[in-house]
Design a protein around this ligand. Structure first.
Ligand SMILES: Cc1cc2nc3c(=O)[nH]c(=O)nc-3n(C[C@H](O)[C@H](O)[C@H](O)COP(=O)(O)OP(=O)(O)OC[C@H]3O[C@@H](n4cnc5c(N)ncnc54)[C@H](O)[C@@H]3O)c2cc1C
Ligand SMILES: NC(=O)c1ccc[n+]([C@@H]2O[C@H](COP(=O)([O-])OP(=O)(O)OC[C@H]3O[C@@H](n4cnc5c(N)ncnc54)[C@H](OP(=O)(O)O)[C@@H]3O)[C@@H](O)[C@H]2O)c1
Length: 524
């Protein structure tokens, strides 16, 4: 009876939502093939060394930890915030903890298609652009599935990591409490606390001022909303204000960012520029975007800034909302705040910040500060990791400081990209670290790590940004393939590094090599 009922449900779901059923089916297959088996819940399998300390319980930290334990390696996650505010990182905060400073709203959703946000092979999306709660639930269930509860400590900010006499890592000088570690994954993310710069004379404003990440439960019905900023959060705030029934919406943006469509094919094509920088052909996507996407709103497209220079905002609704008269997008500088609005220097296209413009007064009842987030600090790492000219993001593969191949700052060093934070690379980086820890012959030396960085700088010497200040997802994949191919000792690990499978063979080879090394030492 139960089986019949399930089959009946599946049949009707297939009839009513065939694409969703197919999407889920493909993800189930991916999970079956690529997700490492979680340790048994009774804890009967002893996890082995190398042991990895993971800083941060956002999706990067949880995914990296799940990869480690799934391959049989021990981990300990350290999260600065409490469980309610920290598990899930920026996606964690919900209406259930109203007193915490949120970093996203419950209405926040992925910008980029969830097919590019599969932060672990066992993640299972049912929609193209899931919202905050769904994303958080996926992170939490991953954490539970891989038995990470007993391996996570909350409310424990990491302030220092140092090596003991045996060359093992000690966290916050608490070796007696947490033991020592062979490797570290810093998964602190790139969006920390909300940035709330003060605007000139803002104390005279009679209305409310909110940060863009703190809009849950706020009322904008019939009000005039002014959004400060021109990035993804500004677009999200604009959409929120439309949804909330605002009477008028003005976005006050001091610099231009590219907006690209929320279209998986366009986004994948843009991310396929393997050079990861502006090229002689970059005018092609730029012209196409202006002619076929911006169209009559070409004036607000950036001038003097290529599409491969800065993280674009991914949105397909914005321009229609502007065309429908629901919002205005104004480029310029805030001069001063008054009790009922903002005096604004409205600049023409191409005029730089603080350049000449036309002074206008924008009336409003609410100011939404879409002014971004402060960057979480990596300064708990030893100072040698930051020595110029090899400070982050100028690290080996952008995440391994040349002085310490046992440290991987997964997803924590990027500046700008056409990519996604929550995708396959989290697993690839984690497995690269595991390979370096397990197999001394695969481990890069400081000299060669620096040469790789120099080489990437040389290849990207004509890029208008720093070599590591902008990259695309396909460039990241090229980096991975290059560093595995360049070293024959890494070839045996290729399947493991790229797909998380075939660990037994390289492990056996490494064990034999260890035995040989030991014998050679005994003889000498
Ligand atoms: C509103 C918003 C929407 C976004 N949408 C997208 C999107 O659509 N697509 C996309 O790819 N990216 C998006 N991002 C970027 C976002 O950063 C990633 O989606 C993702 O959450 C990154 O996960 P993470 O685990 O690396 O970092 P986080 O989620 O920031 O988690 C890092 C964790 O580390 C903890 N931590 C920091 N420092 C320490 C320390 N010293 N000690 C201990 N713990 C520490 C923090 O408390 C936090 O819990 C968005 C960001 C924002 C703000
Ligand atoms: N749904 C989503 O997927 C989503 C939603 C929101 C955010 N995000 C992600 O979160 C990250 C942060 O995005 P964000 O939009 O919050 O921040 P952001 O990209 O850093 O943009 C901040 C904006 O505020 C402006 N600004 C900062 N200080 C200002 C000041 N004092 N006066 C006037 N303008 C000021 C900046 O101008 P300048 O550029 O001139 O400094 C910029 O336009 C990005 O990685 C983004 O992709 C994703």
């Amino acid at each position: 009876m139960g089986l019949l009922h399930t089959l009946d449900q599946l049949f009707w779901r297939l009839v009513t939502h065939p694409i969703v059923v197919l999407y889920v089916f493909v993800q189930d297959i991916l999970s079956l093939v690529f997700a490492p088996t979680p340790p048994p819940p009774d804890n009967s399998t002893k996890l082995r060394r190398p042991r990895v300390a993971i800083v941060g319980a956002g999706l990067t930290g949880v995914s990296a930890a799940a990869h480690c334990v799934g391959h049989g390696f021990d981990v300990q996650i350290f999260e600065a915030r409490s469980k309610a505010k920290g598990l899930g990182g920026i996606w964690s905060v919900t209406m259930r903890c109203p007193k915490s400073a949120p970093r996203v709203n419950t209405t926040s959703a992925l910008q980029i298609h969830s097919v590019m946000f599969r932060f672990h092979p066992s993640v299972r999306w049912q929609s193209a652009y899931p919202k905050q709660e769904t994303i958080k639930n996926e992170i939490v269930s991953l954490w539970e599935r891989y038995g990470l509860e007993e391996r996570t400590v909350f409310s424990t900010p990491i302030k220092s990591v140092r090596k003991n006499e045996d060359g093992k890592w000690v966290i916050n000088d608490t070796e007696s409490k947490y033991g020592n570690f062979d490797g570290i994954i810093a998964a602190v993310g790139s969006c920390g606390d909300p940035k709330m710069p003060s605007l000139p004379n803002q104390e005279s404003f009679r209305g409310q001022i909110y940060h863009s990440s703190n809009l849950d439960g706020k009322d904008a019905k019939g009000k005039r909303v002014m959004v400060v900023g021109g990035g993804a959060s500004a677009v999200e705030a604009l959409e929120w204000a439309v949804e909330a029934g605002a009477a008028r919406i003005d976005v006050l943006s001091r610099s231009d960012k590219w907006v690209i469509p929320r279209n998986v094919i366009v986004d994948v094509l843009l991310a396929s520029n393997v050079l990861g920088q502006e090229t002689r052909l970059s005018w092609i996507p730029e012209v196409l975007l202006r002619k076929f996407f911006y169209r009559d709103l070409e004036d607000i497209s950036p001038s003097g800034k290529g599409v491969f220079m800065d993280t674009p905002t991914v949105n397909s609704q914005l321009f229609q909302l502007i065309r429908d008269g629901k919002a205005r997008w104004l480029r310029g500088d805030i001069l001063t705040v008054a009790k009922n609005g903002i005096r604004f220097n409205h600049r023409a296209k191409g005029v730089p910040k603080s350049g000449p413009g036309h002074e206008i007064f924008v009336e409003g009842d609410i100011i939404i500060m879409a002014t971004g987030f402060s960057r979480p600090s990596l300064s708990f790492l030893p100072s040698e990791a930051f020595e110029p000219p090899y400070g982050p993001p100028n690290w080996y593969l952008q995440v391994f400081p040349p002085a310490f191949p046992s440290v991987c700052a997964n997803n924590s060093t990027y500046v700008n990209a056409i990519a996604t934070a929550g995708n396959y690379h989290i697993g690839i980086y984690t497995r690269l670290l595991l390979m370096f820890l397990v197999d001394p012959l695969s481990r890069p030396g400081e000299f060669w790590m620096k040469r790789w960085i120099d080489m990437t700088r040389l290849l990207k010497r004509f890029a208008p940004t720093g070599a590591f200040d902008f990259f695309t997802y396909s460039e990241l994949m090229y980096w991975f393939v290059f560093v595995v191919l360049i070293n024959p000792f890494r070839w045996k690990w290729a399947l493991f590094v790229f797909m998380g499978i075939g660990q037994a063979l390289p492990m056996t080879v490494v064990q034999k090599e260890d035995e040989l090394r030991q014998k050679a030492q005994e003889i000498s």
